[in-house]
Ligand binder design. Structure first.
Ligand code: FMN
Length: 150
């Protein structure tokens, strides 16, 4: 899961708690700014240049996981580039991937096609997309979705 301002983290925490699953936080090796306007610009520049920022850490024992729940915010209508970095370094071929997302109105936008392009051999299932403002009050919705994925 990647979360810059905490909304996706709130959903991810609920998912992990529900499934008693391990929670891994995708983070860039060089921390992002905490300034919103700067973040908008950096994210746009990364997308334009198709930069894959270095990750702070990798998942231990990645091969032992057959199913993952991948959470991310929509950034400029797309998957954040740091999530693409993660997918480049963690092969999802043959794994079941349940995507979930928070956003400010765009929903998944192009995120799911980005995801399929980044891991074409994964079994990507139907995702859950939640308004960021509702992330912290979405427990019932998240739990219901998790139940449908189990
Ligand atoms: C760099 C950046 C770009 C964003 N682009 C979009 C967008 O294209 N569409 C949208 O609905 N929300 C957009 N947002 C809003 C976030 O998707 C939304 O606030 C989300 O819940 C943030 O999740 P987080 O708290 O886990 O980082 C953007 C936010 C940032 C910081």
């Amino acid at each position: 899961m990647f979360s810059w301002s905490g909304n996706t983290l709130a959903v991810a925490s609920r998912v992990a708690e529900n499934l008693q699953a391990d929670l891994f936080r995708i983070e860039p090796a060089t921390p992002y700014t905490t300034d919103y306007d700067e973040m908008l610009q950096i994210a746009q520049d990364e997308q334009t240049a198709d930069t894959l920022p270095a990750l702070a850490a990798s998942v231990q024992n990645w091969d032992s996981y057959s199913t993952i729940y991948l959470g991310f915010p929509t950034w400029w209508g797309h998957l954040p580039q740091i999530v693409k970095s993660f997918l480049a370094e963690h092969d999802c071929s043959g794994k079941v991937v349940h995507p979930f997302n928070t956003h400010a109105g765009s929903g998944f936008a192009n995120c799911l096609s980005d995801l399929s392009a980044a891991c074409p051999k994964a079994d990507v299932r139907e995702g859950l997309s939640i308004l960021g403002d509702e992330a912290k009050s979405s427990a019932a919705q998240v739990n219901e979705w998790v139940t449908t994925t189990a």
